[in-house]
Design a protein around this ligand. Sequence first.
Ligand SMILES: Cc1ncc(COP(=O)(O)O)c(C=O)c1O
Length: 369
Amino acid sequence: MTTRVWDYLREYDSEQKDIMDAVETVFRSGQLVLGESVRSFEAEFAGYHGVGHCVGVDNGTNAIKLGLQAMGVGPGDEVITVSNTAAPTVVAIDSIGARPVFVDVRRDDYLMDTSQVESAITERTRCLLPVHLYGQCVEMEPLERLAARHDLVIFEDCAQAHGARHHGRFAGSMGKAAGFSFYPTKVLGAYGDGGATLTSDDEVERNLRRLRYYGMEKTYYVVETPGHNSRLDELQAEILRRKLRRLDRYVDDRRAVAARYADGLGDTDLVLPALAEGNEHVYYVYVVRHPRRDDIIEALKAYDIQLNISYPWPVHTMTGFAHLGYGTGSLPVTEELAGEIFSLPMYPSLPGDVQDRVISALREVLASL
Ligand SMILES: Cc1ncc(COP(=O)(O)O)c(C=O)c1O
């Protein structure tokens, strides 16, 4: 049987009663859109992070897009971020007419190289957008100093970092606002699409609520400023409420999977994930690195083990972003990583014996190179 890089079916087996109860609760509630489940989830997700407000939206891309708009970022503004990310980070910035400006990532943990940010700031820069990639946080202190000095806002992309902490602070609690995805593979995943934006700023919250609801605030019939239809679905919200109660356990289970990989592969020449200073990693993906990545992936096909690459094509080299003017060679570390990184099966319910088969297959392949 194929070993999948991500799978939710074992988790569903053990949680089926709760998930189906969530479905029944919503279907019986008499309120299928923006009802009690969305309201409760928003309060509980904000509470988990110790943040003032949560606004549920339809996916993580729109959590970023509406979040930026709600903070007043718009056409012509520059947003400093990374190219080593999921394309939606950049799609969200581009979709509001703002301009993504890229800095490179660090060679050891693949996160934003904050030492490059100051020289990327221009008079048009409005926002710093760190991506807490793979499950651990960007070092926020240098960004916070720069934001204060240059009067910029910080928006955190937390799509891969539910439950991660940096020096004790939760991902999602450090910027002016933060966007989460609840795409099914995520550390907190729905049974479909979903997203949320966190903020402790009352005005940003008000703007978000309006933006996700056509631009309407007081009554259905009056648009104050044109917005979108980007609501979190009631059904997904109720499922997410149930799963939020288990988030810490999911994270513990992911950490146990990561520890087993470290035990089983620590003496090979694979480069394993590095933990950045002050971080508590949640291992959304378990990214390893090897100069002969493509040979390893090819050889592992014989073992029927699925691997993933996050990400094989840096965003700045994609044809859709050619208008930004970044050529190949402009972000050397990001480009180098794209040719060498790959990710191993990782999800909370990954059985130990399946994981051991991945480890021994990898050891055999590495020994044969
Ligand atoms: C870093 C990052 N940002 C944004 C997104 C967008 O989230 P969604 O797929 O829910 O729109 C994702 C997930 O794909 C992501 O991994």
